[in-house]
Design a protein. Structure first.
Length: 91
C-alpha cells in the first residue's frame, strides 16, 4: 500500500493520493457497511495501531474521503480516474 497520510486530503480536487488509495477507500466503505469495528479496520486494512491516539482520526478522515468520492465528489472522480463508459469497455 502507498504511504498513508495521517489525515486524508480534503477539498474538491481528486489528486494522486486519492488515485493511489482508491482500493483502500473501497475497502473502508465495504468494511464500514459491513459493520466492522474501526479498530479492526485500522489494523487489517491500514496497518495502524489502534492504541495510537491519532489512529481513529486517520481512519475517520479516510472513510469520509471515500464516502465523499462516491457521493458529492463523483463527477470529479469520474473525470480524474477517466472512467467514461467507453474507457471501461476497453479494459
Amino acid at each position: 500500500m502507498p504511504a498513508l497520510e495521517r489525515i486524508a486530503p480534503a477539498g474538491t480536487a481528486i489528486g494522486d493520493y486519492d488515485r493511489s488509495h482508491l482500493a483502500l477507500y473501497a475497502a473502508l466503505i465495504d468494511a464500514a457497511d459491513a459493520g466492522r469495528s474501526w479498530r479492526d479496520v485500522a489494523v487489517d486494512l491500514m496497518r495502524l495501531d489502534p492504541a495510537d491516539p491519532a489512529t481513529k482520526a486517520c481512519w475517520q478522515s479516510h472513510l469520509e474521503r471515500a464516502r465523499w468520492i462516491i457521493g458529492a465528489g463523483l463527477a470529479e472522480a469520474i473525470a480524474a480516474f477517466d472512467l467514461r463508459p467507453e474507457t471501461l469497455e476497453s479494459r
